[in-house]
Ligand binder design. Structure first.
Ligand SMILES: Nc1ncnc2c1ncn2[C@@H]1O[C@H](COP(=O)(O)OP(=O)(O)OP(=O)(O)O)[C@@H](O)[C@H]1O
Ligand SMILES: [Mg+2]
Length: 1011
């Protein structure tokens, strides 16, 4: 099939004009008919106007001839634009960059009607012609509350294509929940949100890996918040991918989520493209298309009065034609009195003049939104189907409705004008009726809910049900904000019973907690207070408390439990014990609530407790008190063996059970538990659980002397928690990351991590993990040769541990570092009592790891002649313990002591062992010291190499280790939650440092140690 170009003034063009002017058939049909007859694609190189009184218009390209109209762009959007050379150049240049792999966000912004959508449409067609996959979406006033509305519009078309099976794999599979919430594996609401966004990021990455792609988001100011969050999350990773996000934003229109929109737009590397007003010549060309006999001064007046805004120009010309105004000097005079606002009002005038049925139908479409089926619009407008169909034709002829069976207004500004013309109360009634008719047809609850959001409350139980269903689907899709919007509306309805009210508030509270909205705790409290039975109250308290606890709102979690326990009558003993266990575990996290925890342990609400969870709390009390490790293990082991913790996976008790295993050096058992959590959490995108599993594995790994691996885990936890949890909830992860970085000798990175955490000088008072952070910071200060600052932090930690009643020598380890620091500062008298206290505490605990460490502290404070025997005992104890880090420290201290005692030959053996251990685990701080000591002892240790496994940074090491184990780059990126490009960069560096050329050599070269 060829192409026929219809130049203005050509014979065929004139024929077409005449046919249309004669009102025989609508414009597009004419071109389609001609195209069909000619078996050609027909291009009109101008726009077209219809007969007088009819503002019909079609795009110059006859899509109908090809049997397709671009969705939402039919009719009004021109595909050949006037006066847009510069804008199109800027956009096509950026799209070319995207095709070349320099992916980016590209923004078109400008006032209403200036031609943004038209630009997007032209750029999209050009990109498609160049083989770019183009996915389109458009925000809308109604759709701004639709959960993942924009993401679904973009991706739904892909789903029916064959490639879908290749795109939605691995982490991208998590995106399935967005399109099909029923299929998704369950995760808590908040995690579903992160999982969905992650899945979508990966889906986009996979798409771009197959070839260049463009995501077009028109009217991005009305994009729903979850979709904006995804796009904003994707934005920083675009560079390096052949993926562009092209958005149009109307300036002056309040965005649905200003913060997220700003974040997305700020990611654009180049300034926005701002379509300029059309110049006088372009305006004249448009005027002449409509009114060929118009004079130049008339065209200039049209241009002036519309300020070159093409939409206004179009409206004005339509109106002048409808009024039969002659385009002469008199008209010029009349126009001079108008301004752009008056012109804008012309849309209203045109609408007001529509025949009655047509006006009603137009309003119905404005209420129902784009693509409304005729039967819905007819029903809403109170018209029979046949009358509605005829009214639809009238609207099409007037250029107000697009072609097609489903009804879409030709321009969003027409939709707003229609909508604004209705009084608010009336609008609400129309939306209520729209909801009703959709409900009758059993439509998607989320679609019905969008109308209910705009209808006045009426106390209808059926509406509450629909809104709840919509909220449940939104939650499953990973859009808790949307769920919260629906639930708030359901509460306003209001629900018929106190029970339903309480239940709604529980769900609202969970949805709010899921996106870390600070209103979650009060809403959950209201839910507990309004419960109509003890059973309901306790069920709400337990679910609410666990959600708040996991989200890091420990105090609020405890508060909910307290309220439920205050009135225990009617609640089953099993549930009561669980609530109590949750109260106590949260209470341990804050010094002020420790007495309450102890009180509950002494006097439980149900005695004996029917659940094993209380054992975790009893073990916590024993651990904090520094009781023998065997005693803690005796309390903990039965509940670990019973598997009960695995069934209570949303409870914090499991996390603390693992913490206790680490503190008492059961490092393998702890790591197994962490890995079980991580393995369960990853495929579900359950990020809070993933962060908990990872952070504790980091703690275990550092203690085992494997700082390199620990850093990866701790970083994942910090990265997830930093933006989303209250400060007190990320102290654990922060302290484990600091520890790993200090041992890795990455002191600047540790300093930067501290700064990014934004704690200032003072971690939150009373928090259980605050002294851990202070101890970690003290180790950093020691490594930075700032002993006085280190000491201040250690004494601060000591005071806080005292307040928390913690005497566990591995958790409250401050005495070890304080001894070392005081000795360094020359205060032996101050150091000795601390060292001997540490020994007493360690002896009581009884683990070789704790005892060996305490002996090393003793050695620091001891008289020179006692140091070597103490260190020898320390080394032999630690060699039997899994505490590899302490072992390496003790070996260096022993070597150093031997060297100072002039036993240089004997010094080399422990120093070499220390260096070996250190290099295996990436303990560069210790390796540095060991190397210096070895040199002083007359050995020639190998320098810290620029090549070899020891030279890899932690990030390079973990990527290389996974690649060596046979994982693909994609699998590595998914597992480490980093981008493909980052994986590639790390591997390139790793290959250089290892002096290899391919993955096949990785495993061997990683295995060689650099001693
Ligand atoms: N460069 C142009 N030359 C001729 N006509 C144009 C041009 N740009 C836009 N138009 C016409 O102006 C009208 C408004 O354009 P468009 O819908 O693209 O504006 P918009 O900026 O997207 O508006 P909104 O703010 O409502 O989204 C359309 O009918 C379009 O065909
Ligand atoms: Mg637009």
């Amino acid at each position: 099939m060829g192409t026929v170009w219809l130049w203005p003034g050509s014979g065929l063009h004139r024929v077409l004009h005449r046919v249309v002017a004669g009102g025989v058939v609508a414009g597009q049909d004419v071109v389609a008919a001609v195209a069909g007859a000619l078996r050609q694609t027909v291009w009109c190189l101008d726009g077209h106007r219809g007969r007088a009184g009819c503002a019909s218009w079609w795009g110059p390209r006859c899509f109908a001839a090809e049997g397709r109209w671009p969705p939402g762009y039919g009719g009004w959007v021109r595909t050949e634009l006037l006066d847009r050379d510069a804008e199109l150049r800027a956009l096509t240049r950026q799209v070319a960059a995207v095709r070349g792999g320099a992916g980016r966000v590209v923004v078109v912004d400008g006032p209403a009607g200036i031609g943004k959508s038209s630009l997007l449409a032209v750029v999209a067609r050009g990109a498609e012609a160049d083989g770019v996959v183009v996915l389109r979406a458009r925000g809308g006033p109604l759709e701004q509350d639709a959960p993942w509305g924009v993401a679904r519009q973009l991706l739904e078309p892909l789903r029916s294509r064959q490639v879908w099976g290749e795109l939605a794999v691995g982490a991208a599979g998590l995106a399935m929940r967005v399109l099909d919430p029923e299929l998704a594996e369950p995760a808590s609401a908040g995690d579903a949100m992160y999982a969905a966004a992650r899945g979508l990021v990966w889906l986009a990455v996979n798409l771009a890996a197959r070839g260049p792609a463009l995501l077009i988001v028109d009217d991005a100011h009305w994009a729903d918040a979850p979709s904006l969050r995804w796009l904003a999350q994707l934005a920083p990773d675009l560079d390096g991918l052949a993926l562009g996000v092209l958005c149009a934003v109307r300036s002056g229109e309040p965005p649905s989520d200003p913060g997220l929109l700003a974040e997305l737009l700020a990611a654009a590397p180049e300034p926005s493209v701002r379509p300029r007003p059309l110049g006088p010549q372009a305006a004249e060309a448009l005027v002449r298309e409509q009114l060929p006999q118009a004079s130049s001064s008339f065209a200039r007046a049209c241009h002036a009065v519309t300020a070159g805004n093409p939409f206004l120009l179009r409206v004005l010309l339509g109106q002048l034609a409808a009024d039969g105004t002659a385009p002469g000097e008199e008209a010029v005079h009349q126009l001079a009195a108008l301004g752009p606002e008056q012109v804008a009002r012309l849309v209203g005038r045109q609408l007001a003049r529509l025949p009655e049925g047509a006006g009603g139908l137009a309003h119905a479409v404005a209420v129902l939104g784009r693509g409304a089926p005729l039967r819905h619009a007819a029903d809403l407008a109170g018209l029979s189907l046949s009358r509605a169909a005829r009214a639809g034709d009238t609207l099409r002829a007037a250029g107000l409705l697009e072609q097609g069976h489903d009804l879409t207004l030709t321009h969003q500004l027409v939709e707003s004008a229609l909508y604004a013309a209705m009084a608010p109360g009336e609008r609400g009634l129309w939306h209520a009726r729209a909801a009703q008719l959709l409900q009758r047809e059993r439509a998607d609850p989320e679609a019905i809910a969008l109308h209910l959001l705009r209808a006045a409350p009426a106390g209808e139980p059926a509406r509450v049900t629909v809104l709840r269903q919509a909220a449940a689907r939104a939650s499953a899709r990973g859009a808790p904000q949307s769920a919260a919007t629906f639930l708030r509306r359901a509460l306003a309805e209001p629900p018929a019973s106190a029970r339903a009210d309480a239940d709604l508030r529980l769900n609202l509270g969970l949805a709010l907690a899921a996106h870390l909205n600070s209103e979650a705790p009060p809403v959950l409290h209201q839910a507990v207070e309004r419960a109509d039975s003890p059973g309901q109250r306790s069920a709400i308290a337990l679910r609410g408390a666990r959600a708040l606890g996991l989200a890091g709102h420990f105090g609020d979690a405890a508060g909910l439990c307290r309220t439920a326990l205050a009135d225990p009558a009617g609640t089953s003993p099993q549930v009561l014990t669980k609530i109590e266990a949750e109260l106590v575990i949260n209470a341990w996290l804050q010094a002020a609530t420790h007495p309450e925890a102890h009180r509950h342990l002494r006097d439980p609400v149900v005695d004996p407790a029917p659940s094993g969870l209380w054992r975790v709390n009893a073990a916590m009390a024993a651990m904090l008190a520094g009781r023998p490790a065997s005693e803690t293990a005796g309390l903990l082991q039965p509940v670990l063996d019973s598997g009960e913790l695995a069934t209570e996976e949303d409870s914090l008790t499991g996390t603390f059970a693992t913490l206790m295993l680490i503190a008492d050096d059961q490092l393998d058992a702890a790591r197994n538990r962490c890995e079980a959590v991580i393995d369960a959490a990853r495929p579900r995108g359950w990020l809070i659980a993933l962060a908990h599993g990872s952070q504790l594995r980091a703690m275990a790994l550092t203690r085992a002397g494997q700082a390199r691996d620990a850093e990866a885990d701790a970083r994942l936890a910090v990265d997830h928690k930093l933006p989303v949890t209250p400060p007190a909830a990320m102290l654990f992860a922060l302290s484990f990351l600091l520890d790993a970085l200090v041992e890795l000798d990455e002191l600047d990175a540790a300093q930067a991590t501290l700064a990014a955490a934004g704690l200032g000088d003072d971690p939150p008072a009373g928090a259980l993990a605050a002294p851990l952070v202070l101890q970690s910071r003290a180790r950093l200060r020691l490594a930075q040769a700032r002993p006085a600052d280190a000491l201040a932090d250690l004494f601060d930690a000591a005071a806080r541990w005292r307040q928390l009643g913690c005497r566990h020598p591995v958790l409250a380890s401050w005495r070890v570092e304080a001894t070392e620091t005081l000795v360094r500062l020359g205060d032996l008298a101050g150091a000795r009592p601390l060292a001997s206290e540490q020994c007493d505490l360690a002896d009581r605990l009884g683990t070789p790891g704790a005892r060996g460490t305490a002996l090393r502290a003793m050695a620091h404070a001891a008289a020179p002649d006692q140091r070597i025997p103490l260190l020898e005992r320390s080394v032999s104890l630690l060699a039997r313990s899994p505490a590899g880090l302490e072992h390496a420290r003790a070996l260096v201290d022993l070597g150093a002591a031997l060297r100072r005692a002039n036993r240089r030959g004997q010094a080399r053996e422990p120093l070499s062992r220390a260096l070996d251990l250190a290099q295996r685990g990436g303990l560069r701080l210790i390796a540095r010291r060991a190397r210096n000591e070895l040199t002083a002892a007359g050995a020639r240790p190998r320098r810290d190499l620029l090549t070899g496994p020891g030279a890899l940074t932690p990030a390079e090491h973990r990527v290389a280790a996974l690649a060596a184990a046979g994982h693909t780059n994609q699998q590595i990126a998914e597992q480490l939650y980093i981008t493909l490009r980052t994986v590639e960069t790390h591997l390139t560096h790793a290959f250089q440092k290892l002096r290899i050329t391919g993955r096949g050599q990785l495993a061997d070269s990683m295995a060689t140690t650099a001693t």
